[in-house]
Design a protein around this ligand. Structure first.
Ligand code: F6P
Length: 319
């Protein structure tokens, strides 16, 4: 008998088929991405999603591929960043699955890591109510990063596991059964071009990082910004650090840029299960709940002490 696409050991039995379907489709996606310009045109703009973000050909293709494979599984409700409303896939399905089929799509054409992010809840009878609930009710959160290696990082609430795709065998192989975010790191990730728009606590925190050995952190920092949430998450899970996408007063940035259901909730679940922290600046993301399907929320995550420091800045009296 051939080996399954992923070993079942760390996956709750009821969810196994859904995860296996995600894995199988992600292997096809990885193959398409790896062909780049030798295959079909992936990076061309084909429209806008419900939020007015540009949709690339690969965004739409991935959405169709995941929809098709999950329809055969126990997924009742499918909410995608690429679609305005929740889709009914299998009325007998037990689960509600939210997905950003292809995150970081501005990086497609420049051969930089991109990914798929997903989150699973128990389905309720009402489509939207299945997703508009506390992030702590997730049964599973995870992502696939399509980079130098394709890797799946996933949590079911008992630690965070990493699997790396063996492209020849077309199987995901467990490489870390309990990921742990290193506490000591000198890297922060933020889109520094937004500096003048940031709220004071964020500016103060970053100013302290920039002050290096002469500042209150007492050490020099490096800054990293890929512009691809999965790539940033994978780096921070692997070697520590902090990521910030704060809110500011500009139109479209009032709640940061990242979506609660498709991005922040699953990333927060993965990070917290690896011993890190994820907040909106102050409050844990897992205590927050989306109020609209495509709503955004500020996101700060990474090594626990660093995220705590940012929260302390928010709690300081304004001067
Ligand atoms: O959600 C889309 C996304 O591309 C994330 O992957 C990434 O973290 C962020 O937006 C990039 O933002 P900016 O355009 O400010 O660099």
């Amino acid at each position: 008998m051939s080996q399954p696409v992923i070993a079942p050991d760390h996956i709750p039995a009821d969810l196994y088929d859904v995860i296996a379907a995600l894995c199988t489709t992600s292997i096809e996606v990885a193959g398409i991405i790896a062909k780049g310009p030798l295959g079909q045109s992936l990076g061309s703009l084909v429209g806008e999603n419900s939020d007015g973000d540009g949709q690339k050909a690969l965004d739409v293709l991935c959405d169709e591929m995941f929809t098709a494979s999950l329809t055969r599984e126990s997924v009742r409700w499918y909410a995608s960043e690429e679609q305005e409303v929740v889709n009914l896939l299998n009325e007998k399905g037990k689960y509600a699955l939210a997905i950003d089929p292809l995150d970081g799509s501005s990086n497609i054409d420049v051969n930089v890591s991109i990914g798929t992010i997903f989150s699973i809840f128990e389905a309720k009878d009402d489509a939207e109510a299945s997703f508009l609930r506390p992030a702590s009710e997730q049964l599973c959160g995870g992502y696939v990063v399509y980079g130098p290696q394709t890797a799946l990082v996933v949590t079911f609430g008992a630690g965070t596991q990493m699997y790396v795709l063996d492209p020849e065998a077309e199987k995901y192989v467990l490489t870390n059964e309990k990921m742990s975010i290193p506490a000591t790191s000198k890297e922060f990730a933020i889109n520094a071009s937004n500096y003048r728009h940031w709220v004071k606590p964020v500016r103060d925190y970053v100013d302290n990082c920039l002050a290096g050995v002469t500042g209150p952190h007492g050490k020099d920092y490096n800054m990293r910004w890929v512009g691809s949430l999965v790539a940033e998450t994978h780096r921070i899970l692997s070697r520590g650090g902090i990521f910030l996408y704060p809110s500011d007063e500009r139109k479209g940035y009032e709640n940061g840029r990242l979506r609660m259901i498709y991005e922040c909730a699953p990333i927060a679940f993965v990070i917290e299960q690896a011993g890190g922290r994820a907040t909106d600046g102050e409050t844990p993301i897992l205590q927050r709940q989306a109020t609209t399907l495509h709503g955004r929320i500020p996101l700060v995550f990474g090594s626990a002490d660093k995220v705590t420091r940012v929260a302390e800045h928010h709690n300081m009296p304004a001067v």
